[in-house]
Design a protein around this ligand. Structure first.
Ligand code: PHE
Length: 344
């Protein structure tokens, strides 16, 4: 019994004299600790062996075992502390950061030019008291054409190359459909903007099968073409520059009478004539007019009591003029080299 105690003690002291146990993790060290101090460990076995020791020797042997246990506990505590320290410094070394390394920058996105124009227009017109209404892109023939005074088989339908889904449903070709949806549900005074995507079977440097429009509609007592002109002047000054002028030319739309095409003086050359305005000094930006009385009647608004005007702005067209973009397709290719230029 005494030899056993001595040999276990010698084992432990040998470890303590050297570099401690070879345990490389606290798990390994714990397992080693259990070999000595666990319930079935070597030292616990000694305690159990006490009953075979003669009563005379028992106190002496008992206190040897007790001392061995104390020493073992002491050593393991020390080793645990040392291992923890080692693990911590290894962790610190592993997670060390080099503060002199160049930073990695996260790319931030930018707002799409069409969204920029859309937001700016909404800001300008919201300041004049307009609400915003967004109608559906899959639209009924009735809202896109018939209620806008364009009957089935009427030649005015040829003004737009429309994508039909069924005989009754189509991809809206103009946000003017929003006019009807608004007037159907609200009686004058009406002052509303209707922005959104529109679709036409058309594709080249200045036309895209999907593009964006923003419709404006004002209906109240005593609204005249002069109100339209005044509002468009304000829009031109705010969107482009304070000396931008507007010009109305007679035109035709089935849902307005009279109808006008609106030009802005070229902000690039100031009206002298350049590449952008093709030498004319003017750039066509939108269609507009006084709401046709037939359209008011279709929405149960009395045209003898109320009048109104409407306009439709192409957002890509405004972006192209404002930012000098030469090809509409650039706006739908999602090339970050193009999009990045609209940061800030
Ligand atoms: N909807 C017309 C177009 O797309 C534009 C327009 C809107 C004209 C409102 C007059 C009034 O060409």
């Amino acid at each position: 019994m005494k030899e056993q105690i001595e040999s276990i003690r010698a084992e432990l002291e040998a470890l303590a004299a050297g570099e401690g146990p070879a345990a490389s993790s606290s798990r390994e060290l714990y397992e080693l600790k259990m070999e000595y101090l666990g319930k079935t460990g070597k030292i616990s076995a000694l305690s159990k062996g006490m009953r075979d020791v003669s009563p005379e020797e028992r106190p002496a042997v008992g206190s040897m075992v007790g001392e061995l246990r104390k020493r073992a506990e002491e050593l393991f505590e020390q080793w645990e502390r040392e291992l923890k320290k080692k693990e911590l410094s290894a962790k610190i070394a592993r997670e060390k950061i080099d503060v002199t390394m160049p930073a990695r920058f996260a790319e931030t996105g930018s707002v799409h030019p069409v969204s920029l124009v859309r937001q700016e227009l909404i800001d300008i017109f919201a300041g004049m008291g307009f609400d915003v209404f967004e109608g559906p892109e899959i639209e009924k023939d009735y809202y896109n054409f018939q209620a806008l005074n364009i009957p089935a088989d009427h030649p005015a339908r040829d003004m737009q190359d429309t994508f039909f889904i069924t005989g009754e449903y189509l991809l809206r070709s103009q946000t003017s459909s929003g006019q009807i949806r608004v007037m159907e549900n609200k009686k004058p005074p009406i002052k509303v903007l209707s922005p959104g995507r529109v679709y036409r079977s058309d594709s080249d440097a200045t036309h895209s099968p999907m593009f964006h429009q923003m419709e404006g509609l004002v209906v109240d007592r005593g609204i005249t073409l002069n109100d339209l002109k005044g509002m468009l002047d304000e829009f031109a000054r705010r969107m482009f520059s304070s000396n931008t002028k507007t010009r109305l030319r007679p035109s035709y739309f089935p849902f307005t009478e009279p109808s006008v095409e609106v030009d802005l003086s070229c902000s690039n050359c100031g009206g002298k004539g350049c590449r952008i305005c093709k030498g004319t000094g003017w750039i066509e930006v939108l269609g507009a007019g006084m709401v046709n009385r037939r359209v008011l009647e279709n929405c149960n608004i009395d045209p003898d009591e109320f009048t109104g005007f409407a306009f439709g702005i192409g957002l890509e067209r405004i972006a192209m003029i404002k930012y000098g973009i030469g090809d509409i397709r650039l706006m739908f290719e999602n090339d970050v080299r193009f999009l990045k230029q609209f940061k800030g």
